[in-house]
Design a binder for this molecule. Structure first.
Ligand code: ADP
Ligand code: MG
Length: 730
């Protein structure tokens, strides 16, 4: 792009007005879930008997028979057609980063040369999308391309535009999971079973334990004209070059600041559409970096929350375009300022409404609270490396450990009070009642401001897994990731810890020990065992890394090596024992993660090399030529000695430009060779290591010189929008 066009694009971006979002007559309580076939729609559109069967399927996981499926499909079709739907699709979450869909019309021959609208139970329950074009990590043999998608009745269907969307799992012909939903559902079942049986020590009437997830989605908005002028953003989701803007986030003036009008219009539009799809949007605000924002809904059952997050990310992208923005979900679109995460707030709750990670009023409630806290810590302790593997990726690696997000070591923050209680239990003996002091009252000596209640926990932004009063917050999850990857590991690991806990307590009870004593006795052991995972200090400090290593926590920072953990024996054993994933499934997943990793760096390296050779170097040489011309002409009009003095600065610039250009040229060639060498390696793991060790560092080195040139070269000639233009336009 020429400089003239660049200025035009920037000017247009500045002049853009907020898109008008019409005010609605109806309230959220009226239009919430308008496009969702939820229980109230079911009761309206299904015969009572069918509705009752569906409730049994949804609540108790009983099997859906074909007759019921046909009857459900009939009611669904009627409802969807009233909303204008003409097509249906199975909507699933393959092991790529998005969702997948294949639309079929509701049409069938009527046998008399015409057509009728038809949608059967079979179409609702099962489809056979060709699995061969989805990542399968070697599970699918080349001659058997079939994959099956099967309806997940626990996730309600919904209508978007003219299409009825049916949330499904996606499995291979041989029954292995090719998606995120399948193992997630198995993990949720495992944690339900394990937690329910532990709950019965305290509350014999508990029949089910539900895993809850509340995600906080961070993102950037960029004007779409500027986005289109950055091939790196367009193709890799992040800027591969760009010097710091003089002003970025150092003034802390963006966080929770007033929301710019164009962005406010986008948020309002997005919220309405999300609410109509049953996503319970609640919170919206500016984030720390310029042009960075956050959305959070009210927490939901994990399976639904994951679907909703996937749906929401898709909506964010489409609504942003309507408002002349592009929504960036990459974890680190800009160097030098904060990246984006997706905090996963997680907790367990019984079918009777008891929040298991929340303290209660009676000693029994508190013993239950401590049990679930300690066994969660045990899970995180035993599988800290795997939890890290579940959220690592080429893009999230740029964010983690960058002194703005959690470090690349998983530890848990507990806060002073909870830490004290655990220490007290550990040191005590025999039977003990646990009393937790109520929220501490803080009296502020400011007129008209009432007394505030302080949470039991303070906030520690550096902790990847923090206890926040009634839940844990897993903060290392990346903004564009499917939350399921983290939720599969966390819920399975907690299921395993609770299963182990129950076995040991039962053994003591069988040996004659009273139940509370048995529970306390096992908890004391576990508090000791999992101590290394507890860290309330500064996770950014250099000492923590050494300390963590000493404690035996995983401190690996190379992505391919972090991913190895998926195939460690304790991982394979845990997933097998909890019936969540087989070794073959784990193998496939790891291969896919490794492939995705090196392919991303491969694309970045190609895009960056093109930009250097076709945009940056020619621009630098053009500017250098202007300087050379100037030097020659100065020599012509001034006496030699004077010309020498006058030319000194330009001569130095000419040298500097040459130096940067020479290094860029050399390193771009080195990067090409490094790619070629990595490409010849045999396995995805070797390739990933090759790309990590040899290609990725060159991207960083070359960038340094390109960014230096950006500071020197005439702004009029610079071909790409700069950070100050990308980041301060609303
Ligand atoms: P912040 O951590 O920024 O203060 P919020 O307090 O708004 O964020 O909460 C973040 C998310 O945590 C929301 O989605 C909220 O619904 C969810 N959340 C609150 N309580 C629980 C809980 N007990 N279990 C799971 N998620 C929860
Ligand atoms: Mg939070």
């Amino acid at each position: 792009m020429s400089a003239t066009i660049r200025f035009q694009v920037v000017g247009e971006a500045f002049r853009r007005k907020a898109v008008e979002v019409p005010n609605r007559e109806d309230r959220p309580s009226e239009f919430f879930a308008k496009y969702v076939f939820n229980r109230s729609k079911m009761s309206q559109y299904l015969p009572l008997e069918v509705y009752n069967k569906m409730c049994d399927v949804m609540d108790n996981g009983s099997k859906l028979d074909m007759d019921t499926a046909d009857a459900v499909a009939e009611g669904m079709k009627k409802w969807a057609m009233e909303l204008g739907a003409t097509h249906c699709t199975h909507w699933f979450q393959p092991l790529t980063e998005g969702t997948a869909e294949k639309h079929d019309g509701f049409v069938e021959h009527d046998g008399h040369g015409g057509m009728i609208e038809e949608f059967t139970g079979k179409q609702l329950v099962q489809q056979e999308p060709d699995a061969s074009s989805f990542p399968n990590g070697g599970i699918r043999s080349t001659f058997e391309a079939r994959g099956y998608s099967a309806w997940d009745p626990a996730s309600p269907v919904f209508v978007i535009g003219d299409t009825l969307h049916i949330p499904t799992i996606f499995i291979s012909y041989t029954g292995e999971a090719l998606d995120y939903k399948t193992p997630l559902k198995r993990a949720l079942k495992a944690v339900d079973e394990a937690a329910t049986s532990v709950c019965r020590y305290f509350y014999p009437d508990v029949r089910k334990v539900i895993s809850n997830l509340g995600w906080e989605q961070e993102y950037f908005l960029v004007d779409e004209g500027l986005y289109a002028a950055r091939p790196d953003l367009l193709m890799t989701g992040r800027t591969l070059m760009g010097h710091d803007s003089a002003k970025n986030q150092q003034m802390d003036d963006h966080y929770l600041g007033s929301i710019p009008s164009r962005v406010a219009a986008f948020m309002k539009d997005l919220e309405i559409q999300a609410l109509e799809l049953g996503i319970p949007c609640k919170t919206r605000h500016n984030e720390v970096a310029p042009n960075q924002f956050e959305f959070a809904p009210i927490f939901e059952e994990t399976n639904i929350a994951v679907d909703h997050n996937m749906l929401f990310m898709g909506l964010m992208k489409s609504v942003a375009r309507k408002h002349g923005f592009r929504c960036l979900l990459h974890e680190k679109p800009f160097a030098g300022i904060n990246g984006s995460g997706k905090h996963n707030n997680w907790s367990l709750m019984t079918n009777t409404g008891i929040a298991l990670h929340q303290p209660g009023k009676t000693p029994q409630d508190n013993l239950r609270f401590i049990t679930f806290i300690v066994e969660t810590l045990m899970a995180v302790y035993r599988h800290n490396a795997l939890l890290k593997a579940s959220i690592i990726s080429a893009s999230n690696a740029h964010r983690l450990g960058a002194n703005e997000a959690p470090p690349l070591i998983v530890s848990t923050f507990l806060g002073t009070q909870l830490a004290q209680v655990l220490a007290q239990i550990e040191e005590s003996e025999g039977h003990q009642d646990i009393h937790l002091s109520p929220k501490q009252k803080v009296s502020l000596d400011i007129p008209q401001i009432p007394q505030l209640m302080l949470d039991n926990t303070d906030r520690n932004r550096t902790s990847p897994f923090a206890f926040t009063g009634n839940r844990f917050e897993f903060r290392a999850v990346g903004s564009q990731q499917n939350c399921a990857a983290a939720m599969i590991v966390l819920n399975t690991a907690v299921a395993e810890a609770l299963t182990d806990f129950k076995e040991r307590v039962d053994a003591l009870i069988a040996g004659g020990m009273e139940t509370t004593n048995a529970i306390l006795s096992v908890l004391r052991q576990d508090i000791k065992t999992c101590k290394p995972i507890h860290f309330d200090g500064n996770g950014y400090s250099a000492e923590w890394r050494q300390e963590a290593e000493r404690r035996g926590l995983d401190t690996q920072s190379s992505v391919p090596h972090i991913l190895d953990c998926y195939l460690h024996q304790e991982t394979v054993d845990m997933f097998a024992r909890m019936n969540v994933m087989t070794q073959a499934e784990l193998h496939a997943r790891t291969e896919i993660k490794l492939e995705t990793y090196y392919k991303k760096i491969q694309i970045e390296a190609r895009v960056f090399a093109d930009l250097c050779l076709n945009h940056i170097l020619p621009t630098a040489y053009r500017y250098q030529n202007t300087l050379i011309n100037n030097v020659y002409k100065m020599n012509g009009i001034f006496p030699a000695q004077e010309a020498k003095e006058l030319n000194a600065h330009n001569l130095q610039l000419i040298q500097t430009i040459t130096r940067h250009c020479t290094i860029i040229t050399q390193k771009v060639e080195d990067m090409r060779q490094a790619r070629k060498a990595a490409n010849t390696l045999d396995t995805p793991r070797e390739k990933a290591i090759g790309y990590h060790d040899t290609v990725a560092p060159l991207l960083q080195e070359i960038r340094y010189h390109v960014d230096k040139l950006e500071l020197i070269v005439d702004d009029e000639l610079w071909p790409l929008p700069k950070y100050r233009e990308l980041l301060f336009i609303h």
